[in-house]
Design a binder for this molecule. Structure first.
Ligand code: 5GP
Length: 193
C-alpha cells in the first residue's frame, strides 16, 4: 500500500462521452501545476490525438512486454484494448507532494484504490441515457463497432458509479467543473494568496 498523505491522487472515471476529458483539460489549463498521468494503450490513435500527450500508443506486443517488466501501476482491458498507468509518475507525484490526476476505467480505479491510501475517486455521470448517447455519437470519434461496445460497456459501468467517493452529474459543464474543483480543493490562482 502506497501512502498518499503527502501528494494527492485523483481518479476520474466516466462512461465514454461522459465529459471527463473536457473537464480534465479545463483543470490542466487552469492549474498548470497539476500532474496528469499519461497512460499507455494498445488502442489505435485517433486523428486528433498526440503520442506522449494523450497516450503513449504501443502495440500489444510492447504492452505485454511492459506488463512483464512490472512497468504498470495498474492495467486493464477496456473496450477490447489494453490500457495501463505507468508506475513512476504516480510514485514521484506522491512522494513530491504533487496532485496527480488519473483518467482510468472502473477496474483501474479499483486497483488504484486498493494500492493507494487516501486516493480520491470521482465518477462523472451523464445527465440521462439519451443525452449520453447523443453526445457520444456527436463526438464522432468512434467507428460503429466501437460506439456499440462503448454504449454497452457504459451501461454496465454506470452500475458501479456508487463505488466512487464522489459522483458529479455533468448536466452543465460549468457546474460540473466547479463541483470537481471543490472536491479537489482547487481555487483560482488569484484566490490562493
Ligand atoms: P478511450 O479509448 O476512450 O481514450 O478510453 C477508454 C477508457 O479507458 C476510458 O474509460 C479511460 O478512462 C480508460 N483508460 C484510459 N487510460 C487508462 C489506464 O491507464 N488504465 C485503465 N484501467 N483505464 C484507462
Amino acid at each position: 500500500m502506497v501512502n498518499n498523505r503527502k501528494g494527492k491522487l485523483y481518479i476520474i472515471s466516466s462512461v465514454a462521452g461522459g465529459g471527463k476529458t473536457t473537464l480534465i483539460n479545463k483543470l490542466l489549463n487552469e492549474f498548470p501545476d497539476l500532474q496528469y498521468s499519461i497512460s499507455y494503450t494498445s488502442r489505435p490513435k485517433r486523428n486528433a490525438e498526440v503520442h506522449s500527450k494523450d497516450y503513449f500508443f504501443v502495440d500489444r506486443e510492447e504492452f505485454f512486454r511492459l506488463i512483464q517488466e512490472d512497468f504498470f501501476f495498474e492495467w486493464a482491458l477496456v473496450h477490447n484494448n489494453y490500457y495501463g498507468t505507468p508506475s513512476s509518475p504516480i510514485l514521484d507525484a506522491i512522494s513530491s507532494g504533487q496532485k496527480i490526476i488519473l483518467d482510468i476505467d472502473i477496474k483501474g480505479a479499483r486497483t488504484v484504490r486498493s494500492k493507494v491510501a487516501d486516493s480520491c475517486s470521482v465518477f462523472i455521470l451523464p445527465p440521462s441515457e439519451e443525452i449520453w448517447r447523443d453526445r457520444l455519437v456527436k463526438r464522432g470519434t468512434e467507428s460503429a463497432e466501437s460506439l456499440q461496445i462503448r454504449l454497452a460497456n457504459g451501461k454496465k459501468e454506470l452500475e458501479y458509479a456508487g463505488e466512487f467517493d464522489y459522483t458529479i452529474i455533468n448536466d452543465s459543464l460549468e457546474k460540473a467543473y466547479s463541483d470537481l474543483k471543490r472536491i479537489m480543493g482547487l481555487r483560482k490562482e488569484e484566490l490562493k494568496s
